[in-house]
Write a protein that binds this ligand. Structure first.
Ligand code: ZN
Length: 107
């Protein structure tokens, strides 16, 4: 599991991805999921290394628009992302539902 310091596995973890270095680090770790929030649409959960997450989109949202239209977050699980951001799973990269009761995300 992806653990640092005194973090526990029981509590869901998430953090904002604020720059390219953060994004590079989470993708290298290959753990957890990326949540993209949007001012006009529901948040979407993506696999951390999904092709639908591109540097171009990240750059335009985080750098150019200064996160006014939405942000990128890392979450340790689909459950955390759903709970904290009300996020839906991406239909393109289909992040897995591991350890999550199906009813958590539907509806
Ligand atoms: Zn995706």
């Amino acid at each position: 599991m992806f653990k640092e310091g005194g973090e526990t596995e029981e509590v869901g973890q998430s953090k904002e991805i604020q720059n390219f270095e953060d994004l590079r680090r989470v993708r290298l770790a290959d753990e957890g999921f990326i949540v993209i929030t949007d001012a006009n649409r529901p948040a979407i959960i993506h696999k951390v290394n999904a092709k639908c997450i591109t540097m171009d989109k990240f750059n335009s949202k985080v750098s150019i628009n200064d996160r006014k239209q939405g942000s990128y977050y890392w979450a340790d699980s689909v459950a955390t992302a759903a709970r904290e951001f009300g996020a839906k799973r991406c239909k393109a990269c289909k992040p897995e539902l591991r350890l999550v009761p199906p009813s958590t995300l539907d509806g």
